[in-house]
Write a protein that binds this ligand. Structure first.
Ligand SMILES: [Zn+2]
Length: 263
């Protein structure tokens, strides 16, 4: 039975990943997600169903448009694979045959998919759309009742502390630099992160986000020779930290605490 759950969630995860591509591409532009049908951005060729099969079509067409042979961004396939993997990990970590396990696994799948959208849209448009923030927050609230690893007050502490920290950063940064060093969207995302993760996993998530973020952004600044006032998207790093914290936080934190105790 478990194998069937894995196969099904992998396949559905792929298809949802394919849909996330449409969302990432169209929603920030204010376009409808149902019309017009998917088409090549270069020549306008309307994709047939067999051009639209996750991963397979990309491989068969060699990453090129069937009509104009122009290169298609690997990002589309990346999002599909990423979403599938995240869903599989959700099943592996949280699924059991109880109502709690099933509901929590599904909530986490939805959270992962939303986080993927938030990261890729921020990467391209430097914006976190309100509807994604609200949806993620609603999922975080619902998850409080189904999470068996992190208790509700740990989540409330995480939410309060992270929200306060980011607000302080937001205003102090604005005072010192005379511009916004953090987006308002980052502050809201930080609040939801705290509620989703609880303070322990949040610590891990913030550690990952800040370390990876500062290494990558410093490297980009040096390579591209950007000035000090260049703005970079920070949500992708927050999302990375949140995903690790959400899916692997509890085992990592427990292993670390166990290691400390053994010293
Ligand atoms: Zn084309």
């Amino acid at each position: 039975m478990m194998i069937a759950v894995y196969i099904l969630s992998g396949l559905v995860g792929l298809c949802v990943g394919s849909f996330l591509n449409v969302v990432i591409y169209r929603v920030p532009e204010g376009m409808s997600i149902v019309k017009p049908a998917s088409h090549c951005p270069k020549c306008g060729y309307v994709l047939k169903w067999y051009d639209n099969i996750p991963i397979l079509s990309y491989l068969i067409l060699g990453g090129k448009c069937r009509s104009c042979r122009q290169h298609i961004s690997f990002r589309y396939t990346l999002v599909e694979i990423l979403n599938m993997l995240l869903w599989l990990v959700c099943v592996w970590r949280f699924w059991d045959w109880s109502a709690f396990g099933i509901v929590y696994a599904c909530l986490m799948m939805a959270a992962c998919s939303l986080l993927v959208c938030i990261a890729f849209i921020d990467l391209e448009h430097k914006i976190i759309l309100e509807r994604f923030q609200i949806s993620l927050f609603v999922i975080a609230v619902a998850a409080v009742f189904f999470d068996r690893e992190t208790v509700w007050w740990e989540k409330l502490i995480g939410m309060g502390v992270n929200g306060a920290l980011f607000l302080i950063f937001f205003y102090v940064g604005r005072l010192i630099r005379k511009r916004d060093v953090l987006g308002g969207g980052d502050v809201k995302l930080a609040v939801t992160m705290g509620l989703l993760l609880g303070w322990k996993n949040l610590l891990l998530a913030m550690l990952i986000a800040t370390i990876v973020g500062s290494i990558v952004l410093t490297a980009i600044r040096l390579i591209k020779k950007h000035g000090k006032d260049m703005e970079y998207p920070f949500a992708p790093f927050l999302v990375l930290g949140t995903l690790v914290g959400l899916l692997f936080g509890t085992p990592i934190v427990n292993a670390y605490v166990g290691w400390l105790m053994a010293l």
